[in-house]
Design a protein around this ligand. Structure first.
Ligand code: NI
Length: 178
C-alpha cells in the first residue's frame, strides 16, 4: 500500500483528496484524459460503492470529495488506473512533450505520473463539507477562467446549481445520515 493510502485513518468519513500531476504538467487540457478520470470514478462508484460529493478538474490537478468504506483501497485503485491509462493514451498519441517530463522507475519502463504524496483531509460535519465544496469550485474563478463556478465544464458546481453536470455526483444535501 502506498504512502497516501495509509493516511486515510478515518474510514467511512468523507475526504477531500487533491491529486497533482508531476511537474504540474497540464495533461487535463486533453478532453480524452479527463474522460479517463471520469471513467475511473464511474468504476469506483459502481463497483466499490464510493460516493463522490464534488470535484473540479483543472489542467494539472484535480480535487474531489469522496467517501467509501475502504477509501484507501478506492484511492489506490484510482491512482493506478488513472496513471496507467493516461500514460498509455499519451504514448498512443505520441504526446512526447508530456511523456519526456515524467521521471521513470523500474529501469525506465514505468512513468511516475502523479506528484506524491496526495493530500487527503477528512471532513467533519456539514459546515466543513460546504466550505470544502466552495473551495474546490472556486479554483477556475481564482485563475480568472470564469466568473461563476458553474461556467467551468469540469466541475460539480454545475450539479449543485441544478444544471446537468458533465459527470453525475452524489449531491451532499441528499445525504440524510451525516
Ligand atoms: Ni486547486
Amino acid at each position: 500500500m502506498s504512502d497516501t493510502c495509509s493516511t486515510i485513518t478515518e474510514h467511512n468519513k468523507p475526504h477531500h483528496v487533491t491529486c497533482v500531476v508531476h511537474e504540474l504538467l497540464p495533461v487535463f487540457s486533453q478532453p480524452e484524459v479527463v474522460r479517463i478520470v471520469f471513467d475511473c470514478w464511474r468504476h469506483l462508484r459502481e463497483r466499490c460503492g464510493m460516493r463522490l460529493y464534488g470535484y473540479v478538474i483543472m489542467e494539472e490537478h484535480l480535487h474531489f470529495l469522496a467517501q467509501a468504506e475502504r477509501l484507501d483501497i478506492c484511492l489506490g485503485g484510482f491512482r493506478e488506473q488513472t496513471a496507467g491509462r493516461i500514460v498509455k493514451y499519451l504514448e498512443e498519441q505520441r504526446l512526447e512533450r508530456f511523456l519526456k517530463r515524467f521521471p521513470t522507475v523500474e529501469g525506465g519502463r514505468k512513468y511516475c505520473f502523479w506528484q506524491e504524496p496526495w493530500e487527503t483531509e477528512s471532513i467533519s460535519g456539514s459546515a466543513m463539507m460546504c466550505k470544502t465544496l466552495d473551495y474546490i469550485h472556486v479554483n477556475p474563478i481564482k485563475r480568472g477562467y470564469v466568473d461563476r463556478a458553474e461556467q467551468w465544464r469540469y466541475s460539480s458546481a454545475r450539479n449543485y446549481a441544478g444544471e446537468s453536470g458533465v459527470f453525475g455526483i452524489d449531491r451532499w444535501e441528499d445525504e440524510a445520515d451525516v
